[in-house]
Design a protein around this ligand. Structure first.
Ligand code: SF4
Ligand code: SF4
Length: 246
């Protein structure tokens, strides 16, 4: 069954971490699983790492089975997303009876729903974290009487660690948008892909001493530690005006 995302609206009100909204999602709700069809499921580097580690797949294997790789139109950064099943547009990780089969490792967007997170600038120039409620006609969780503060929902959904890594990736995207007029060379694109998405290949390059900015000690880092360093290097050393202009 193809369930299009009609009637998707954002509440006009901005929610801060301290604000409260009412929402519950559980197996007995009438709309159980309805949100797992026809989803544009873009994976951040950390989303991909968590998913493919849980599934015990390399990046290449993950892409072969579940995803696709393409280049972002504006930023020209590599992007990975999950392909829905062609016969009913369901997410490939959906078990119709039991729900999400990768629940402990589901991507940040699945955890955040029905909220959307964004940043704005306060009057004093500080960056503030805000949320909007997404309302879709099929989602009945909004009618459940379970008031919860946004900050508690974030915690409940295990989002803190995702926010850390996804904010690092967000800084890369923002920086790249600033330099979008300078095209990425194929070489830089390959390098960003390996650093952001393919840590197995990254380890091989480090072993072969083929990459600047990495040392042999980095091989002792776990995947999360290595991804953290790799994202910081993309942000601070690779997406720079002088680097892009060479
Ligand atoms: S990853 Fe899980 S929660 Fe997210 S769309 Fe797929 S089945 Fe649903
Ligand atoms: S309540 Fe909303 S999020 Fe939960 S299963 Fe139903 S449609 Fe999905």
């Amino acid at each position: 069954m193809h369930l299009p995302h009609y009637n998707l609206v954002f509440d006009p009100k901005d929610l801060t971490l301290e604000d409260t909204f009412s929402f519950a999602c559980h197996k007995d709700i009438v709309c159980f699983n309805r949100c797992c069809y026809d989803v544009k499921l873009v994976l951040s580097p950390y989303d991909l790492l968590r998913l493919r580690t849980a599934l015990n797949l390399t990046t290449e294997e993950f892409l072969e089975r579940y995803g696709e790789f393409y280049i972002g139109e504006v930023t020209q950064l590599p992007i990975i997303s999950v392909n829905m099943n062609p016969y009913d547009y369901s997410c490939p990780f959906l078990n119709v009876k039991e729900g999400c089969e990768v629940y402990p490792h589901r991507p940040a967007s699945c955890r955040t729903y029905p909220l959307a997170r964004y940043f704005a600038e306060s009057e004093s120039g500080d960056r503030i974290e805000l949320y909007k409620i997404i309302r879709e006609t099929h989602c009945k969780g909004h009618y459940e009487n379970r008031p919860i503060q946004v900050k508690d929902f974030i915690k409940e959904q295990g989002l803190e660690i995702y926010h850390y890594y996804n904010d690092l990736w967000g800084e890369i995207v923002l920086k790249r948008q600033k330099f979008a007029h300078i095209p990425l060379t194929g070489e830089l694109l390959d390098l960003i892909y390996v650093l952001a998405y393919d840590l197995d290949a990254l380890r091989e390059f480090i072993k072969a001493k083929e990459l600047p900015f990495f040392q042999e000690e980095d091989l002792a880092k776990d995947s999360e530690g290595l991804l953290q360093k790799a994202l910081i290097i993309i942000r601070d050393k690779i997406i720079t005006e002088e680097n892009l202009n060479w």
